[in-house]
Design a binder for this molecule. Structure first.
Ligand code: ATP
Ligand code: MG
Length: 457
């Protein structure tokens, strides 16, 4: 048994059962669909509980953003009970019960890996697959060993996340004294911090998110572990990190999350190209990132839309600029060529850490390319830029850069602000003035355009 396993086996939680009067959760606060799933599973003879964030949030007087259920039914048994069920996940198999836009996630109780049978009785015999798997760092690569509710609680991350609500008698079973943690506003990981963060380094990001969201202090032992182990985040599959990182930056507390991530060294493994530029908190790069996060928080907290593309475009902008300058100076490329190569190189390196879906990376490219073309406004160009589907995002981006860097960039951003606001006549006047200022040749009669417009792409 490895040292990671022996530490893990030491976790032994003592459950406390809280009655309705003690926990204060009322059934009316629970999603009707979640209740339906609980009743159906109970009716079919299975144990089923609300668990995790929803129980925690309800006990803290917050509105849960989703309702998760834990049960002793296997994923296949759950699927057999619901027409609207699909099974997902390989690392962690789950059932999703779909009710229009609401999805109720149903997970089978997880067990300890040292108790794992060779192979699950439900699995395809032709393709035997290990149910639980760990790498040399102690990281869990597969987590499909099923167990009892007690084991399931021991496998959960924080003490506030190991409370189970049962609808048949309205009790909450609190396995790790989450109630006291809520009272003391203390975020504690279950078991030995080093072992638990090694098993799943994403828990370090979750620690930050919960501490900020729930206004809790992370326990000192956890802080020490995180500071020591932050680099393990670079081992997480990039596809898993996209969602987790997004949850930190688009939940309305992005700035606070970012500050805590910086403090714990969690930015570097996620954004290795950006991190060196953020060493000085007064640098324009640091100020730019902070301003982007402040604006994103404001937008979210006032009900406006945000796109991950804008955030990621901002996180990678200065690494691209820096790389581009280097290519111009050292390789002697033209700026435009260097810029394109820099975009490809920086994006390529970033997706080794966090996978960015194509639909977002293509928008990011458009925002970046428009930064190069927004200064060119003469003739019809200004009007064409306004028509570009990403003009608004690119203009917001330019404005932000202008506010941080000042000088010509701010003048350019202000010009675009005015151009959008004024009448068609005033726009024409702005363009005449611009032509004079830029000392360009006076408008000459152009040759008639060819009938067919050559495609520009
Ligand atoms: P929220 O939904 O508000 O983000 P949550 O606690 O519900 O918070 P989820 O990601 O929905 O977070 O996970 C549900 C529950 O599953 C958690 O409360 C926790 O008990 C367990 N869990 C999730 N991720 C992990 C993990 N990486 N390690 C251990 N337990 C986890
Ligand atoms: Mg949840």
């Amino acid at each position: 048994m490895s040292s990671a396993d022996s530490k893990k086996a030491e976790i032994e939680l003592k459950p406390t059962v809280l009655t309705r009067g003690e926990h204060g959760i009322s059934r009316s606060e629970i999603s009707d669909n979640a209740l339906k799933v609980l009743y159906r599973l109970n009716g079919a003879g299975y144990e089923a509980y609300l668990v995790g964030g929803c129980v925690r949030d309800l006990m803290m007087g917050l509105h849960p953003k989703d309702f998760d259920i834990a049960t002793n039914a296997t994923p296949d048994q759950v699927k057999a009970e619901f027409k609207n069920c699909r099974l997902i996940g390989r690392r962690f198999r789950l059932a999703h019960i779909v009710f229009g836009r609401e999805i109720i996630e149903v997970a089978t109780f997880r067990g300890h890996h040292e108790n794992a049978p060779e192979q699950s009785p439900n699995q395809d015999k032709k393709k035997p697959e290990q149910l639980g798997k760990q790498n040399r760092d102690g990281q869990i690569l597969r987590d499909n060993v099923f167990g009892s509710i007690q084991e399931d609680a021991e496998r959960r991350d924080f003490t506030v996340n190991a409370m189970y609500y049962r609808v048949t008698d309205f009790t909450v079973t609190d396995f790790a004294d989450g109630m006291s943690a809520i009272k003391n506003k203390r975020l504690d990981i279950i078991g030995d911090p080093d072992t638990r963060y090694r098993e799943d380094p994403v828990r370090m990001l979750r620690a930050v998110r919960f501490a900020v969201k729930l206004n809790m202090t992370i326990a000192e032992e956890s802080v020490e572990s995180i500071l020591r182990l932050s680099n393990l985040l670079s081992n997480i599959p990039p596809a898993r990190l996209f969602e987790e990182v997004l949850k930190l930056f688009v939940n309305g507390c992005g700035m606070e999350n970012y500050k805590l991530m910086q403090k714990f060294g969690l930015i570097k493994p996620l954004f290795p190209q950006l991190a060196p530029l953020l060493k000085d908190p007064q640098s324009r790069e640091s100020q730019f990132i902070e301003q982007v996060l402040i604006n994103t928080d404001n937008r979210i907290n006032t009900g406006q839309r945000v796109t991950p593309a804008f955030l990621y475009a901002a996180f990678l902008w200065y690494p691209i600029e820096e790389h581009c300058e280097k290519l111009v100076a050292e390789v002697g490329l033209l700026r435009f060529e260097a810029f394109n190569i820099a975009i490809n190189d920086v994006l390529h390196r970033q997706i080794q850490r966090i996978m960015i879906p194509k639909r977002f990376s293509s928008t990011m490219r458009e925002i970046w390319h428009l930064q190069l073309s927004l200064p060119n406004r003469l003739g019809k160009k200004a009007y064409q830029r306004l028509e570009h589907p990403r003009f608004r995002a690119a203009y917001d981006f330019l404005l932000l850069r202008g506010q941080i860097e000042g000088g010509k960039l701010l003048e350019l951003a202000d010009w675009w602000t005015e151009f959008q606001e004024v009448s068609p006549e005033q726009r024409k006047a702005m363009l005449v003035k611009l032509r004079e200022e830029e000392g360009g040749p006076p408008r000459r009669h152009r040759r008639r355009k060819p009938k067919k417009k050559p495609s520009s792409q």
